[in-house]
Design a protein around this ligand. Sequence first.
Ligand code: MN
Length: 257
Amino acid sequence: MSTLDALQKGLSTGDVEVIDLTAPLSPSTPVLQLPPPFANTIPLSLEPVSDFDEAGPAWGWNNIHTGEHTGTHLDAPTHWATGRSGRSVDQIPPARLVGPLAVLDVTEQVRADPDFLLEPGHLQEWETQNGPLPQGAWLLLRTGWSARGGSQETFLNADEQGPHTPGVSVAAAQWLAASGISGFGVETVGIDAGAAGGFEPPFPAHHFLLGADKYGITQLQNLDRLPTSGALILVAPLPVVGGTGSPARVYAFVERS
Ligand code: MN
C-alpha cells in the first residue's frame, strides 16, 4: 500500500483523526490591542453583497473585512523588521507548512502564573524526554489559554501594567530560532508574551523567529487533544501576495492506536 493510500485508509476508518486547531473567526474573535501611539488591526466583519434579495435573488455572499493578523493567523517573516527582506506569506514554500507536530505543555505553570515564560531548560527537558525536535517541526506551546477565547477581556488579560499572557523568554526565542523547526504556535493573541514589549530586544519571538525564516501561528485551540509528538500539522494561510501574514486554517492529523 502506498503511503497516501495508507493515510486515506486511516482517515476512512477513523484510525487517523483530523483535529481542527483553528479558533472560530467572528466579529467577537479577540484581536491584539496595542497602546497609543501604535495603530491597531481590525476585527472580522462581514458586509453583505446580496442576501437572497434583489441584489442577488438566488444567492448570498459577503465581502470580508479583516486584518492579516486577526484570529488564528500565520506571521510571515516580512511581518517583522528582522525579517523584512525575507518571505511574505505567499512566498512560504508549501512543504514548510506541513510537518511533524511537537507539543510542549505548560498548562500547570500558566495556571499559577499568567506571565509564565518558556526557558531553554524547558525545551531541553522536552528533548530529553521525547528526543530531538524533528527537522521541519512545528512546536506548539500548550498553555490552556484558548479556554479564555470567548472574551476579549479575559483573553488579553490586561491591567494598568499591560497584558499578562504567557510566552517565551529572550533566550528561548534564540534557542528556537537556531533550531530546525519550521514554526512556533501558541494559544494566545500573538507569538510573544504579553509583557514582551519590555524585553530586550522587544518581542523576542517575533524578532528572532521571523528573522530566521521561522513562522508563527496564533490563537490555536484543542491542543489538549494532541499527543506530545507523533502527529502531523497542516497550516493553511491564504497566499496574500506581499502579505505579512494571513488568517489560517490549521489541522492536526493524529493517529489513534
Ligand atoms: Mn501576527
